[in-house]
Design a protein around this ligand. Structure first.
Ligand SMILES: Nc1ncnc2c1ncn2[C@@H]1O[C@H](COP(=O)(O)OP(=O)(O)OP(=O)(O)O)[C@@H](O)[C@H]1O
Ligand SMILES: [Mg+2]
Length: 465
């Protein structure tokens, strides 16, 4: 009884069965009523036609002629005079006495239905007055046995019963088919969701139209696909993390073993300890970056926006970075017009620009140059960081913002990269409501463009995300 198809089927069946029963009952009684009415009208017409003959010649010969005619038919006639005395009849008098004894005064010439209770009476009956010279000369009573009506109705009942049975069977079959067809996609969806809840996202629900059920199936399919994608991404992410952690740990362990076990010169020991320190720093950076990304992912990351004087801000960045560019023998130029303002979290914006400038240094050679430009374009602020470094191959550009993605894994690792910088930049820019664009050509250089919504000087200066 818990099955939806059974519940639905039973409900449909009860409703349709109820409707069918009501309609059959209505049709049956309407048919019977009209049939009885037809019989009564025919009886009345027959009586009236006898009466017309009798009005022309109301004598014994015609009376017996009419009676004889009726004795051959399945109707009967009784002819009385004006006092109600039976002149002749085609039926034994005692069977109809109680009908002809009823008062029949003031009957119109069209006649009158004397008895129409076919259910309980033995006869249905009509009476027509015989009028000669404006005076009632007698009456013509017509009788029809209700047995014929009963047998007619019995035959009708048999037909109705048979039709009813066929209708019920057909309804039953149609409802079974319909409720199965209706519940089939639901059952498939239920199976799919229980598969999903067990962690198996490889469900495939067929497209079943544009109705609510079709939309539900589509949503479940989308959910399964998304979960599957997330599962794969998580697995890849975990694999990447363990790989990234393993490499510095292997170095640290290896060099610690060397320093610990071997008799080394002070110079060698310092060299190895330096490597251990570098790898430890790299490990700690990696963990810090991962932690940052995790915070952004779970939305617990708060951006404290304030009104920044970009000219000042960029000036400080220039001061901080110039030594690093000098060390790499690169030129670093800044182009920021006076009076530029932006609503941003200063430490996060610094982190964004730091990561991009860090890449510009890391992926360029001595003699190359980098330019940081700030432009105000109507309502948007554009911060561009462009270098003339080694660029990014076209095929790698779509993946450049993915976590742990590096163009040349072995070489970039030597430069200290873990592939987290741009992922963090992208998340931080989005957290500011901005966008980031990249243009790059191999061996020519790379340009990152940050686009932020411009700030009104009167804007509230502390907005958290
Ligand atoms: N300005 C650039 N020029 C050339 N290649 C770049 C530039 N910026 C990024 N890349 C390429 O994109 C990859 C991803 O950069 P991202 O900043 O995310 O990681 P990373 O620099 O390797 O490591 P991290 O920034 O975490 O220290 C880099 O490994 C590098 O191959
Ligand atoms: Mg980087």
């Amino acid at each position: 009884m818990n099955k939806l198809s059974i519940k639905l089927g039973l409900l449909f069946f009860l409703i349709i069965f109820g409707l069918e029963t009501f309609m059959f009952f209505f049709l049956h009684s309407a048919l019977v009523e009209s049939r009885v009415e037809e019989e009564l009208i025919a009886l009345q017409t027959r009586g009236n036609s006898h009466r017309s003959i009798l009005e022309k010649n109301f004598d014994d010969e015609i009376i017996s002629h009419v009676t004889l005619m009726e004795s051959e038919a399945n109707t009967d006639v009784v002819i009385t005079d004006k006092n109600g005395e039976v002149l002749n009849s085609s039926i034994p008098k005692e069977r109809i006495t109680n009908y002809i004894e009823r008062p029949v005064n003031d009957i119109s010439w069209e006649g009158h239905i004397l008895e129409d209770n076919w259910k309980e009476e033995a006869f249905i009956s009509t009476v027509s007055p015989i009028e000669i010279n404006g005076q009632t000369a007698g009456h013509v009573y017509m009788f029809q046995s209700t047995e014929s009506i009963h047998s007619l109705i019995n035959r009708l009942n048999d037909h109705f019963l048979l039709t009813g049975l066929i209708a019920v069977c057909l309804t039953f079959v149609i409802i079974i088919i319909l409720s199965k067809a209706l519940t089939k996609p639901l059952i498939k969806m239920k199976e799919a969701t229980s598969k999903i809840s067990k962690g198996d996202f490889s469900v495939s629900l067929p497209k079943s139209g544009n109705d609510e059920l079709g939309n539900l199936a589509e949503s479940i399919q989308l959910l399964a696909n998304d979960l599957n994608y997330l599962k794969q991404e998580r697995n890849e992410f975990l694999a990447s993390i363990s790989h990234e952690l393993r490499t510095p740990l292997t170095y640290i362990k290896g060099y610690t073993d060397i320093v610990y076990k071997r008799d080394l010169s002070n110079e060698d020991r310092d060299k190895y300890l330096n490597i251990i320190l570098e790898e430890t720093n790299r490990l700690s950076d990696l963990v810090k970056n991962l932690f940052n990304l995790a915070k952004i992912d779970e939305n617990s990351f708060v951006i404290q926006k304030e009104l920044l004087d970009l000219t000042d801000f960029i000036d400080k960045i220039e001061q901080k970075f110039t030594p690093a560019f000098q060390e790499k023998e690169m030129r670093f130029e800044v182009d920021c017009p006076e009076g530029q303002v932006l609503m941003a979290d200063p430490s996060r914006l610094e982190q964004i620009i730091f990561n991009l400038l860090d890449n510009a240094i890391k992926y360029s050679s001595s003699g190359d140059k980098a330019i940081l430009t700030v432009r105000n374009n109507n309502h948007t602020i554009h911060i561009t960081i462009k270098d003339s470094g080694k660029g990014i191959p076209e095929k790698d550009i779509p993946y450049i913002f993915e976590r742990f993605y590096r163009v040349d894994k072995s070489r970039t690792r030597a430069l200290g990269g873990s592939g987290m910088g741009l992922a963090i930049v992208k998340e931080l820019v989005h957290a500011h409501g901005g966008t980031i664009k990249i243009k790059s050509e191999e061996n020519k250089g790379t340009e990152f463009e940050l686009i932020f919504i411009g700030a009104d000087k009167n804007e509230n200066n502390s907005i958290s995300r």
